[in-house]
Design a protein around this ligand. Sequence first.
Ligand SMILES: [Zn+2]
Length: 248
Amino acid sequence: MVVLGGVSGIQIQGWDLRFRRNLFDREVTNLSQLLLLLERVALPVVLEDRRAWLPDGNEVFSCKSAFWRLSYAQLGSVREWGKSLWKSVSPSRVKLFGWLVFNDKLNVHDNVQRRRPYHCLSPAWCVCCKEAGESTSHLFLECHFSREVWGKVLAEFGILWCMPSNYSQLFLTKLGGGKRVSRLWQTTVLATFWALWLERNNRLFEDISNSVETIWDKIKFWVATWVYRNKFFEGVPFSDLIRDWGNF
Ligand SMILES: [Zn+2]
């Protein structure tokens, strides 16, 4: 691994893989898939490097959590995230937007091009990083710009991991700390999707760009506004909700 640079306490790396022999053609495909997975790995500069089992709130492996992960992450995840999505404390338009993201129904370039193959889109790249094609997974999980925003989110929750490969896993991740943290996390995931989508539209249609810091401020304000007065946050002053989530 070689370090290429860093932002917000998160190192950006390139992976320098060396093999003892030349790869076969079929192995080159496997290697590109591996590098795609590794692309999402961002190691914090200052925090301890340790092993954690994320499906369990205690971060320790248990058969129960492994069973949950295998059952719901594949077969039952739609039912599970659907239930959590409609119960979440976000505004209806944001829940509906979350449903579109989870079902890959947004009008990102990738989907528009698939529906209208003879229509040439311009630009055909992601307007946030100007490096890759725009698909739902790129825009919300893989884009360098999005990852900087997620870096802020993960730092606020004190999470050290590589990003899950799909939205429902991200949304359903159990962080421990009870229902308050769980509500806060799911609301933040939806607010982050919403903020990234508005930023993408601003850049594409209005030629207006915001910094990562501005977007993070918006996300925090929205989340604090949405969860304020929710029954799980009874008695928590708005000033605490907007300032520091570490105490939840
Ligand atoms: Zn991008």
